[in-house]
Design a protein around this ligand. Sequence first.
Ligand code: CA
Length: 489
Amino acid sequence: MPLYRLLTVLFLLLGSAVSAATRPNIILIVSDDVGYGDIGCYGATHVRTPNLDRLAREGTRFTDAHATASVCTPTRFALLTGKYAWRVPGTGIAPGDSTLLIPQGTPTIASELKSAGYSTGLIGKWHLGLGTTTPDFNSDLKPGPVELGFDYAFFIPATGDRVPCVFVQNHRVVDLEPTDPITVSYKGRIGNEPIGSEHQDWLKIKGDRSHSDAIVNGISRIGFMTGGHRAQWVDETIADTLARQAVTFIERQKEDQPFFLLLTPHDIHEPMVPNPRFRGTSDCGWRGDVIHQLDWTVGEVLGTLDRLGIAKNTLVIFSSDNGGAIKSTYDDGTNPLHGRQSSNGILRGQKGSLYEGGHRVPFLARWPGHIPAGRESPALLALVDLLPTFADLAGRTISTGASPDGVNLKSTLLLDAKAKQRPALVLQSNRTTYLAIRDGDWKLVETAAGPQLYNLAADLVEAHDLAKSEPARVKSLAAKLAAERARTQ
Ligand code: CA
């Protein structure tokens, strides 16, 4: 072989080795309802989270990261699509029989990474609907995650407190017996199985009025469901099932193909039902115990990466889909202990709110050799930004029209000194009448009584509304928000 050809071959080999080494596996763990103050490395003192603290020690802890929305479905919509959910009507908290909220064909974080050559998986909570008509849980459930770019999906269709209380693997309910079909209704009672509002004595934990319909595993839920008994989950083992799925997914991956795993644990959403091995292990009742359970899940993932020797080439991110809440939706007997620790630290507001406690969330990122270890970053970022950021890490130029609102924050994630501040970020709650906009240190919060203005650098707890003393700034932020609302692409 002539020397120049040999050099060309060597160069190509070297080139592909370099690109393989710098295209990381990506594991994104988006927990549920975990607040800014809920874990050790963000200041919690009544729970112990050694695995999450390890991520902080071996990676970077971001202190100004946002879930984009302060409730589940719109945050997940924005994460998947890179598009603010408030732009699309009907993307508020979805019922368990919702149709798919993301139209098939929309570029998603999964389809973009799949197009870049990644093997893609979703394990955990979905809560973005299924199918184009009201889903029949006895037949193929599609389109869903698979049609949106996930090669493999094992998921809870909606939430732990909503029917149907079953797992779906790709298109099918797991362990469903054809002789015992599932029927789901959010309109009214169906069948003659007992319901929570009539059989309080049947319940292992009591639900409030809205959580008093179908009884599954001794716990009443939102919505009615009959049949599918063999397929019904046992709350105490949901974390075990999802962790086992995540470990198996990682083990199955081929050495020469990078993978993307979106792991969305049920914890710490209600009902908070820890496995008996976690009960009583925290100082905050079952709410703290499920934080321990979540930390254990993270430990299972990190341990698998260590065991397989792939931790070095895997970006692991941990975050949450909205701020924390202390609610007593279910009475597990430990509710008085839940509030021992402020779920959102010093922040004002909680899940569902436009104040920081609603949407500022933990965000830990570890990628050995690429993201500095043991550091803290005050950079502004949001889950809506992860689609373009991950696409860049995967060496892909995103599809035309993809991610209209997400910003590529690769340099921010890698703590590049030249990283630019993210432009204005729009935040939402479940309702979209009022939004908030964040620009640098300043935040405008729309309310029924008019806009409020906060300087987060001086007033992180949003105690001093400066709207009256800073009218020019209110005007300029309101104009930016109006421009965002008017923007169609
Ligand atoms: Ca949530």
